[in-house]
Write a protein that binds this ligand. Structure first.
Ligand SMILES: *Cc1c(COP(=O)(O)O)cnc(C)c1O
Length: 497
């Protein structure tokens, strides 16, 4: 609905012209504009029918239509407010005008009514069974048989020996830093192209983050940048206590290279696999390549417990320590005995029930997300200015989010513009993560770009757009997204349907 020129009509046009244009565009509405392109009123089939019944002729000009106050919204109106307006006035179309009063879009009730979100929970048929069991046995507590089983089942799925289920991915990352002994004044390296949750726990510990850029091949930690950062740190005798490697948007980082570098300096790796559960690297599960791995089951992730996380490792001592810290660091004694600071980070037995059900459909969800990505790639293939986040040859990405890249040399359309045009159509899209070294929160922290004079993450942020990718999105909804993007980039080639 963004090829607005097809819907506009001038006062010089006849009723017959209007009927033909209504028929061709099929939207049930035209926008009557003056010579300056300013919106005068809307014109519907019903308006023309009433004119004909009142004795007007098909050859009469639209200018003879009586003036009418049409419902109009200003640019920037939120989809929710637009829907509210339409409901209030019992209308199906809402023209949107810019500051000059010129139409820029028409919002449709049927599209606003079913907004397409970035990534929503997709429940299966098994979750309720585990939740009911928790209720039946009154295990409605942070601990219980679902928690134990979820830990075992997830550990078996990814192929590690130990796992502890916690209240969030962020909590799992915090515990990972604690069990590796990260403390006030220490340094921790972290991927810069990520969600802030990857880096916040470094600050919880009073440690100092150093941000590492991504490489273009995988959008994940650049081994070249990491090598320079480690060499510099060794020179000044300030090696990091840990390196947090993020696996972005469903794809593993190049873990063998990163591990080899870190091993050289004896620095442990924490894999932030919050976005990559279900992905593989060289045939083995993403999240199992570091000393510790972290998964998230937040509502937007590939599987969810509404909120939750898991810390995994093949090192039993590390997971035992994390489990102990996650339950207020309570020591074995007949009374409450504590000698270090702990947290209330355990997962609830009810939520673990959701997780057990979700784990059963994880493979299917990976398959569906990959299908969605392919449909975007094919549906938008005609746009030369649009590229895609690559899939590195060493593994399987889950395509947790389908991320496209705008070639700024071929178009003046920006990610911000694309996101707001989609938003007007009731479609949620997002910028790629704004890099951590650009966040005011981390002002003054060191940063190592991919090449000494080239920062990949800045480019990804400036050009990338995450498209709706939920595994429960229908093919029809996805067609809607594809249609809006196509009409934005090639308005002349697309017919309104
Ligand atoms: C979602 C996410 C987290 C945090 O997980 P929560 O369960 O929301 O705390 C951490 N890192 C990355 C990269 C994420 O996308």
């Amino acid at each position: 609905m963004n090829d607005i020129s097809r819907l506009t009509i001038s006062a010089e046009a006849t009723l017959h012209d209007a009927l033909r244009q209504l028929n061709e565009t099929g939207q049930g509405i035209l926008l009557l504009v003056d010579a300056a392109g300013k919106l005068l009123r809307t014109v519907t089939d019903g308006d023309i029918r009433r004119l004909l019944l009142a004795g007007h002729l098909l050859g009469d000009r639209l200018g003879t239509l009586p003036a009418m106050d049409s419902l109009v919204a200003c640019e920037g109106i939120s989809p929710d407010s637009a829907l509210e307006l339409l409901n209030e006035r019992q209308l199906d179309h809402l023209p949107v005008v810019d500051a000059m009063g010129r139409p820029v879009a028409v919002l449709l009730r049927r599209e606003l009514d079913q907004r397409i979100l970035l990534s929503t929970p997709h429940l299966g048929e098994y979750e309720m069974r585990f939740i009911k069991e928790a209720f039946r046995t009154n295990w409605v507590a942070p601990l219980g048989p679902n928690v134990d089983a979820f830990e075992h089942e997830l550990a078996a799925y990814v192929g590690v020996s130990h796992a502890v289920a916690v209240s969030s991915g962020t909590a799992a990352l915090h515990l990972a830093l604690r069990v590796l002994g990260v403390d006030r004044g220490d340094t921790v390296f972290c991927s810069t192209l990520t969600f802030v949750a990857s880096a916040n726990p470094i600050l919880y510990q009073g440690a100092c983050p150093v941000f590492i850029d991504s490489e273009p091949e995988s959008w994940n930690m650049s081994p070249g940048a990491l090598a320079r950062a480690l060499a510099d740190a060794a020179t000044v005798g300030q090696l990091p206590k840990a390196v947090i490697v993020v696996n972005l948007y469903g794809q593993s980082a190049d873990m063998e290279q990163i591990n080899a570098l870190c091993d050289q300096y004896g620095v442990p790796v924490i894999e932030d696999a919050a976005e990559s559960l279900g992905a593989t690297y060289k045939g083995r599960a993403s999240g199992t390549w570091g000393r510790l791995g972290v998964y998230s089951f937040n509502g937007n992730k590939i599987i969810t417990t509404s909120g939750g996380g898991m810390l995994v490792s093949n090192d039993a001592a590390l997971i035992d320590k994390a489990r102990y810290l996650s339950t207020q660091a309570r020591e074995p004694a007949p009374w409450y005995s504590h000698s270090e600071v702990g947290y209330n980070y355990r997962m609830s037995n009810v939520l673990a029930g959701i997780g057990r059900g979700q784990l059963k459909v994880l493979e299917d969800r990976v398959r569906l997300r990959r299908v969605i990505f392919e449909r975007y790639r094919q549906g938008l293939a005609a746009i030369e200015a649009l590229g895609w986040m690559p899939e590195a040859p060493y593994g399987r990405s889950t395509r947790w989010l389908s991320v496209c890249v705008i070639d700024v040399k071929r178009t003046s359309i920006t990610p911000g513009e694309m996101i707001s045009v989609l938003s007007r159509g009731g479609i949620e899209a997002r910028h790629v993560w704004r890099p951590m070294h650009r966040q005011p929160l981390f002002d003054g922290c060191a940063y190592y770009p991919h090449e000494p004079d080239y920062s990949f993450s800045d480019e990804a942020f400036a050009t990338g757009v995450c498209l709706p990718s939920g595994s429960n999105m229908t093919a029809e909804q996805q067609e809607r997204v594809i249609r809006v993007v196509n009409s934005l980039f090639q308005p002349m080639k697309v017919r309104l349907s």
